[in-house]
Structures are given as C-alpha cells and as structure tokens.
Design a protein around this ligand. Structure first.
Ligand code: PAF
Length: 282
C-alpha cells in the first residue's frame, strides 16, 4: 500500500488508473480508524479496482471550542488498519496543501446544515461539505463511501452531489457497533470508564423506539418522550437533542410515515456522541 501526501501525485495515480479502465473508490476519513471505517474500506475493495482512503483532520469543520488540536492522530496505525481492510493508497495531505490560502469559496448547505447537530456546531457542515467537495475534485472517484452513523453528514453529501452534479455514486454503509451496542467512533476514546459504561443507553433507547414503532406508535412526541426518560436515568448523560426528521430533507416529522430518521446527540462530559436509526426502513 502506498502513502501519498501530495495532491498532484494523487491526481497522476488516479488519472493513470482511470485510463486503464479502473474503477476508483474514495473513503474520506479523518483518521484514527476503527472497525467502522474498515467496513467502508472493505465495501470499496469489493466494488472498486483502486481504493483510496483519505486521512485529513479538516480544520474548517471544527468550531473554536472543539477538539481540532487534540483530535486523535496516528498515521502509522491508520496505514496498517487501512491496508488490512484492503486499501491500495492512503492520501494524507498536509493542511497547508489543502488550504494554501484562507478559503474564500465554501459549499453552503443551508437548511440541512443548521438543524440537528448543526444547531450546536455552527459552520460544521459547511466545513464538511467544502472539504468533501475538495476531495471529490482532487480524487474524482467513481464511488465514495460514508458511514450511516453520521446520518446528517450523509444526507447533506447526497444532496450536495445532486445539487452540484458531481458524477460520483455515494455508497452508505451501516453503523458498526461495539458488542454492547455503542456506535463505533474515534471519539469514544475520550470517554471515562464510568461514561463508557453508561453510553450504550443511546443504542438501547433507539432499540426501544424501534420496538414502539413496530408495535404501531407513530407519534414522534411519544417516541421521543420514552427515549428521553430512558436516557435520563443515566446520571452522566446530557441530551443535546433527540429528533425524528425526514431522511432526505432532515426537516421534523410529527407523525411517522414510511421511513423517518430518528437521530440523537448526547453529551457525556465534554464528549458528544451521536447515533441514529431509520424507522420504517425495509
Ligand atoms: O466523517 C468524517 O470523518 C469527516 O467529516 C469527513 C467526511 C472525512 C470530512 O472531513
């Protein structure tokens, strides 16, 4: 597996692969890979001839009081994990190459970026959409792979691809979970043992919601109230939001229909965890 840090070198390699008729898959990440990232890479390996994993902790998607400086970074470990999952190439550009000048052009995602996590992370999704569009323009993959855990990010990227006519197929990969149900995340390492012990309540509350839906409950208010009560029993959990929204537009849904996104964010101390489920998915 190769490590490539220069945009021009990556472009040459991808152009050569494409002129040989190869399918190129891109897995954008911020590194500190876990089994969830590996499942994205494994799917890309099945679908594509050249699998590129980008590792870039993107400064413009972090707010001033967020963890940009301390976000876990370990390129050696990431390279081994990416290789084990089937990657051909790691693209890990320096910040100065991705942002040689202060960025003036951004991708705004309006309504979809200001709701859910966007409410407490102003500018986050503008930063995500901007860097993902840069990565798409740099790598020009046929397919790009994103995890369903970041459901808002996934919906925004799908919409961005549609709105801006990127000729890229977005592949969504199911959430990878620990044995106790906690969704895998690079930020789980921030949890203290006591917080880690309580964190599976997020998944338990989603399972409870799924059960209520299966039994015929269609009121968002009722489902959310039951979840709030359940999570509220955990002394270290501080709910940021629990919402049921349209899977495509992310706008609130009061009475559930065929397929709605139930998303939540809960803080444990300084660590904010997210999780979700799609109710009514086939
Ligand atoms: O999900 C992530 O790791 C990041 O938000 C992404 C998509 C790589 C953009 O920086």
């Amino acid at each position: 597996m190769e490590l490539c840090q220069q945009i021009s070198v990556l472009r040459q390699k991808i152009t050569a692969a494409k002129s040989d008729g190869k399918q190129v898959g891109l897995v954008p990440t911020m590194g500190y890979l876990h089994a969830g990232h590996q499942s994205l890479i494994q799917q890309a390996r099945l679908d594509c001839d050249l699998v590129v994993v980008s590792i870039f902790v993107n400064p413009i998607q972090f707010g001033p009081n967020e963890d940009y400086a301390t976000y876990p970074r370990d390129l050696e470990r990431d390279s081994q994990m990416a290789y084990a999952a089937g990657a051909d190439l790691i693209f890990a550009p320096p910040v100065a190459d991705m942002y040689p000048k202060p960025n003036l052009a951004h991708v705004e995602v309006d309504l979809m970026g200001n709701c859910l996590c966007g409410r407490s992370r102003q500018g986050h999704f503008r930063g995500v959409a901007t860097v993902v569009s840069k990565l798409f323009n740099i790598a020009q993959p046929h397919k790009a792979y994103f995890g369903k855990k970041d459901a808002q990010q996934l919906a925004i990227i799908k919409r961005m691809v549609e709105d801006l006519n990127f000729p890229i197929h977005i592949v969504a990969i199911p959430i990878a979970r620990e044995q106790d149900g906690l969704a895998m995340s690079s930020r789980n390492i921030y949890l203290s043992p006591a917080q880690r012990a309580q964190a599976p309540v997020l998944h338990q509350a989603l399972v409870k919601a799924q059960e209520m839906f299966t039994l015929g409950e269609r009121s968002s208010i009722q489902i959310i109230a039951a979840m709030k009560q359940m999570i509220g029993y955990q002394s270290l959990a501080d709910i940021d939001y629990i919402e049921i929204v349209d899977t495509e537009t992310l706008q609130p849904v009061e009475i559930l229909d065929n397929s709605s996104l139930l998303a939540l964010a809960v803080r444990f101390g300084k660590t904010r965890l997210i999780d979700n489920i799609t109710l009514g998915e086939d």
